[in-house]
Structures are given as structure tokens and as C-alpha cells.
Ligand binder design. Structure first.
Ligand SMILES: C[S@@+](CC[C@H](N)C(=O)[O-])C[C@H]1O[C@@H](n2cnc3c(N)ncnc32)[C@H](O)[C@@H]1O
Length: 235
């Protein structure tokens, strides 16, 4: 099956249980990780949130005043449908205007349907490891970003402490796929997530990919024993 369809369909299948599983399996620490990520952002007018999914990062950046307008890009229409409901609900409770502030666009991060230099900032939370070609995705982020703009990426990494690493291995190899399968009723999605995390690069190796895509001033901040890492850079 073509990759574009495959990843989009995988996330379409688990969209309904994605948020609950994320928060439950991480004991809500994922909310803190997104909050920390948004803290690293320089306030920007128009932000592109690549792999927006169910819009948790977008809502956090709007809540903290780090973005005036957000365009979200994703390959899963179901994930974005849930994201749109959440944005609308958030906007209603805070009396913001979601119609003009947040746009959801169906498309592939490796071939973005946007002009060069069209965004003031680019973000991506837990999307990069799903790209079939990471370098293409990073080059696209660089292309659509305005000169001087900031990219902020949140992605899983691998803990350096041997004890934490052992628990992490057990968790990702056994607990996550089992609970994910039971709750989402999907046989393959959470085994895929496990494999995608373990086979992905992190830390300095990821920063090097960012530099090769053209970014400068690349920094990274490991969180929670290095289970996840925030990367920032500028164009
Ligand atoms: C793990 S979810 C992360 C969603 C959200 N950013 C969050 O923090 O919860 C990964 C998302 O990336 C999207 N995705 C994967 N590959 C993509 C690609 N090549 N282009 C656009 N979106 C992609 C999936 O459809 C899914 O919604």
C-alpha cells in the first residue's frame, strides 16, 4: 500500500482512542511535554503545525499566546476531525474565533501544499518519526518557513540511564502494544508505534539531520530521563 495512504489510514483507525491512550499510557506526562515545547517557542503570527493530529500542541500554543493563527497539516482526516472539534470547543469556552484562527489541511509533510517562506514558525509533535523520509520532511519545513523563523519539534528519544532504559524497553515492547491493542481494537497500530519509536534517531543525530536540511542554531532539550526530546532551530 502507498505510504501516504498507509500512515493516514493507520491514524484514522486509532483516532477515536488516540487522546485517551496518550494521556492514560503516559500518566498525563505528555501534556507537560507539549507545555514545555510551547514554552520554547518564540511568539509568532502564523504557525504551521505539521502532523497536527488531534491538535493538542495547537491548542496549547493558542492558549499560551504563542500563535495568532495556525495551519495544521496531516494525512489523517479522522485525527483532524477530532482536532477540529477540540479547537472549536476550546474557542467557545475562551470566546476565540476558531474559523479564522485554525485551518486544517490534508496533505503530506514530505510534499507540502504551501509556498516557500509562507509561515513565521513551524512546529511538529510526534510526527517526524512517521515520515517515510525524515530528510524530505525537514527540508519541506525549512522551505515553507520564513527566513529568521523558528522550528520546534517534539519527538520520542531513548533514555541514557540503563535502569530507565530497561523499564522503557519493557514498556514500549510489551505494555504499550498490549494496552493499545485492547483499547483501540487495532491489531497492528500500537506495535507499529513501538517499532517507529525504537528505530528512530534522537539527540545529536536528529540535530544533524536538521542542520543538513538547512537549519542553524540547533538545540535540543531531553525531558523525563530522555524519554522525549524538544528540538529547536532557526532558518
Ligand atoms: C503520533 S500523532 C501526533 C499528533 C499530534 N501532533 C500530537 O502531538 O498528538 C502523528 C500524526 O502524524 C501524522 N502524519 C504521519 N505522517 C505524516 C506525513 N507524512 N504528513 C503529514 N502527517 C503525517 C499522522 O496522521 C498523525 O496524525
Amino acid at each position: 500500500m502507498e505510504e501516504k495512504q498507509h500512515i493516514g489510514q493507520l491514524f484514522d483507525r486509532i483516532a477515536g482512542t488516540y487522546d485517551g491512550l496518550n494521556h492514560g499510557l503516559s500518566l498525563n506526562i505528555d501534556k507537560r511535554w507539549r507545555r514545555k515545547t510551547v514554552q520554547q517557542m518564540v511568539p509568532a503570527q502564523h504557525v504551521l503545525d505539521v502532523a497536527i493530529g488531534t491538535a493538542d500542541l495547537t491548542i496549547e500554543m493558542l492558549r499560551r499566546g504563542k500563535a495568532q493563527q495556525v495551519t495544521g497539516l496531516d494525512l489523517s482526516k479522522q485525527m483532524m476531525a477530532i482536532g477540529k472539534q477540540k479547537v472549536d470547543k476550546w474557542a467557545l469556552t475562551t470566546r476565540q474565533s476558531p474559523i479564522t484562527d485554525v485551518q486544517f489541511v490534508y496533505g503530506n509533510a514530505q510534499h507540502m501544499p504551501f509556498d516557500d517562506a509562507s509561515f513565521d514558525a513551524v512546529t511538529c509533535a510526534y510526527g517526524c518519526r512517521n515520515f517515510q523520509n525524515l530528510d524530505e520532511g525537514l527540508r519541506e519545513m525549512f522551505r515553507v518557513l520564513k527566513p529568521g523563523g523558528q522550528v520546534t519539534i517534539l519527538e520520542f528519544s531513548y533514555p541514557s540511564n540503563p535502569l530507565v532504559r530497561a523499564s522503557y524497553d519493557i514498556y514500549f515492547t510489551h505494555v504499550l502494544p498490549l494496552v493499545g491493542r485492547m483499547v483501540s481494537h487495532d491489531k497492528t497500530a500500537y506495535s507499529y508505534l513501538n517499532k517507529s519509536v525504537k528505530s528512530f534517531c534522537w539527540g545529536e543525530a536528529f540535530a544533524q539531520h536538521m542542520r543538513e536540511a538547512g537549519f542553524s542554531d540547533t538545540r535540543f532539550i531531553p525531558l523525563t530521563f530522555g524519554i522525549t526530546t524538544i528540538y529547536t532551530a532557526t532558518k
